[in-house]
Design a protein around this ligand. Structure first.
Ligand SMILES: [Zn+2]
Length: 118
């Protein structure tokens, strides 16, 4: 048994935490780099604002409708533009995104299929 306070990690644990955090942010950055469509599940991605360093989930980002075709994701604190997402997706696109596991694309396919049945 260690006599150290479990709330304070030793150096080794602290380094491990930092490494995990670096890996974590690398994954989120990767997901963010792959964002291009509103039909991807951007809501669950954790963002760090490039400008003010605010950390927030995609669902908390401000949405700016730049045109009928694209929206911009903005930092909720400083309104820095984090990315541009296409609003339109054809059936092929939705199927591709659904295959990658995006829930929004999956439910869009379902609801479109339902509409076609009517
Ligand atoms: Zn910001």
């Amino acid at each position: 048994m260690s006599s150290l306070d479990p709330m304070f990690p030793n150096m080794e644990e602290a380094e491990q935490l930092a490494a995990n955090s670096a890996i974590f942010w690398e994954k989120e950055r990767q997901k963010r780099a792959e964002l291009y469509s509103l039909w991807q599940d951007y809501e669950a991605i954790l963002f760090m604002c490039d400008k003010c360093k605010r950390v927030f989930r995609g669902e908390d980002a401000e949405i700016d409708h730049e045109s009928d075709l694209v929206v911009a994701l903005l930092c909720p604190k400083c309104a820095f533009k984090l990315g541009i997402l296409q609003t339109e997706a054809d059936a092929e696109e939705l199927h591709k995104l659904a295959k990658l596991g995006h829930q929004k694309a999956k439910s869009a396919i379902k609801s479109r299929a339902k509409t076609n049945d009517d």
